[in-house]
Design a protein around this ligand. Sequence first.
Ligand code: MRU
Length: 364
Amino acid sequence: MRVADQYYRTIWVDEGQLPDVQIIDQRYLPHEFHIETISSYKQMAIAIKEMHLRGAGLIGVAGAFGVYLAYRDAFQANQPMVFVDGAITEILNTRPTAVNLKWAIDKVCPRVASGLTLEEKAHIALDAAKQLADHDAESCRLIGLHGLPLIEEISERKKGGVVNILTHCNAGWLAFTDYGSALSPIYLAHRKGIKLHVWVDETRPRNQGAALTTWELLNEGVPHTLIADNTGGHLMQNQMVDMVITGADRIAANGDTANKIGTYLKALAAHDNGIPFYVAAPTSTIDFALAEGLGKIPIEERSGNEVRYVRGLYNGNIVDMLICPENTPAVNYGFDITPARLISGFITEKGVVNNIKLLMNLNR
Ligand code: MRU
């Protein structure tokens, strides 16, 4: 995507033999645009865990580049294979909910086996990670194409009136290598001249909606309005939302979907008001091995400080501000599960599916 007239992906490598990995450090957005150079698997594990980068698709691709860096570290420091195995386990354990991390590592590791030396293995892992990055971007481009008719249909029904779409968290290009999942059809519809407007949930506690989704939509010129997380129900009751599109971090085989905390409440409100609720995700986010989501998908619990403090710009500096009495007990579940029965359809790179059986067919 373009930022100030330059094309960026969220993660990339420059030319050269076994190069470092570059990422957009999302912790500073929307106030500052930082690129971070990642030079070891350890730094990549920290970047994933501490959310320098985030979003299911991007976490997966970053994990793949992490495997590459583990082999590169081992080659450069003459470490044994046990070092690489430990590094991969460490990367796998950084964030538990998005299944894309395991998916991507499972794709890279078998390919590396054909390398005879650590150097060869590092080269193979690098190629595999680059291919996964391209695959992720292409999947998201296709999600846009498949999701577009859903928006067009509403636009036609409204005789060209503005289509109001509510989204939660950030499932834009920042959450993937490029394009995004939930935002990909929105970008396409906007470029095609369909009149639309996006309600952006702020998405406490880390405010990915307020910080990242608004920044993306502003860059693309898509009309949008930031709302407090609790506003969606009121908007839906007052016919101010035509559809909801969110992303996903893990979809179980029965369609139960883990997404950013608060998604479930939006799905309930949408259901109660007869508003279509779509989940947009690449099939790499479907955990076909997991029969159902509720109680089964691991829900990440993060530091209570993310609830106690809010990050923002104050006098030109990015600061974390305490919003409650110091040491107030706080719990911070990162995700919740939206049961399949509340989901109107899944927008994937292979098409839109509305029922579980069709979802299973995508495994072929
Ligand atoms: O904690 P994050 O920012 O990595 O979580 C990302 C999300 O949960 C988003 O909701 C998104 O929809 C899924 S990632 C494409």
